[in-house]
Structure formats: C-alpha cells, structure tokens
Design a protein around this ligand. Sequence first.
Ligand SMILES: Nc1nc2c(ncn2[C@@H]2O[C@H](COP(=O)(O)OP(=O)(O)OP(=O)(O)O)[C@@H](O)[C@H]2O)c(=O)[nH]1
Length: 151
Amino acid sequence: MYGELFSGVGLDPKDAIDAVFDEESADPVILRNVSFYSVCEHHLLPFFGSASLAYVPNGRIAGISKLARSLDLACRRPQVQERLTGQVADAILTALTPQGVAVELEAEHLCMAMRGIQKQGARVVTTAVRGEFPDGRWDGNSLLALLRRDS
Ligand SMILES: Nc1nc2c(ncn2[C@@H]2O[C@H](COP(=O)(O)OP(=O)(O)OP(=O)(O)O)[C@@H](O)[C@H]2O)c(=O)[nH]1
C-alpha cells in the first residue's frame, strides 16, 4: 500500500503532462474541483480536498486529463500542501511554457482533525502563481479570480 501512496517519489510531475498540442489560443484554460489525496510528511496522515488549476496558453495546450495526472503524481509523495501547490504550478509551467499558471488547493488535514488540535472541518487554502503573463490581458490575480468564480 505505501508503495502506491508514495509512487511519485523520484518522478517528475511535468512528465505526466505527456499530451501537448500546438494551439494558438491565448485564452485561459481552467480545470476546477479536481479531488486529490496526499500524505502529510510530518505525521504520515492524509490531507485531501480539491484542486483548481488555470493557465493562459502560449502556443501549446495540455491534454486536460494530464493536468490531473500531474497533480496525482505530485500527491503521491510525503508532502506539505504549500510545496505540493508549487510543484503542480511548476510542472505546468515547465511542460507548456504558458503565459502564466495559477493553482489553488483547498484541503482538510487529518493531522489537525483526528489528533493534536482536533479541529474538524478546518480547510487549508494554498495558491501558487507562475509565469510572466506577457500579453498583459491576464495576470496572477485575475487568473486566480477566474479560477474561483464558481466556487
Ligand atoms: N485540452 C483538451 N484536451 C482534451 C480535450 N478532449 C480530450 N482531451 C485530452 O486529450 C488527451 C489525449 O491524450 P491520450 O494520452 O492520447 O489519451 P488517454 O490515453 O485517453 O489519456 P488519459 O485520459 O490521461 O487516460 C487526454 O489528456 C484528454 O483528456 C479537449 O477538449 N481539450
């Protein structure tokens, strides 16, 4: 079982983005409400929730499932939520060289719920924004706002 939970150790989340298509669109692509499960490296207890990802293409788009595959690969390591968020953003940035990318994760950590401080239902929200947004139509804040619009 631990082999499965930690199967992302030694792998690169960008390599999961292995379907990339040339496409001239420069309009944002958003993938919302992607469930994820990872394991906190301090207590080896799960944290889990949903992820939303958005990027502004720069000549290339990803096969949409590959973004979720990249997230899953990064989840399958001992993690902290902040690092996980940044690793997914970096993977998209490296694989697609988009104009920019934003990632937001919202999760409950069992190390805070079932032991220790015992705060059930507390949600941790982390964001990561990468890229230069060269055409000026979007920036990190506007991409994050778009990402959150329906949530
Ligand atoms: N960007 C984008 N990707 C799409 C769309 N429709 C399908 N895809 C993606 O196209 C990709 C095709 O990749 P393949 O590896 O050939 O397909 P697959 O083996 O079914 O991939 P998985 O779904 O990851 O199992 C997948 O990532 C699909 O999710 C779309 O409208 N836009």
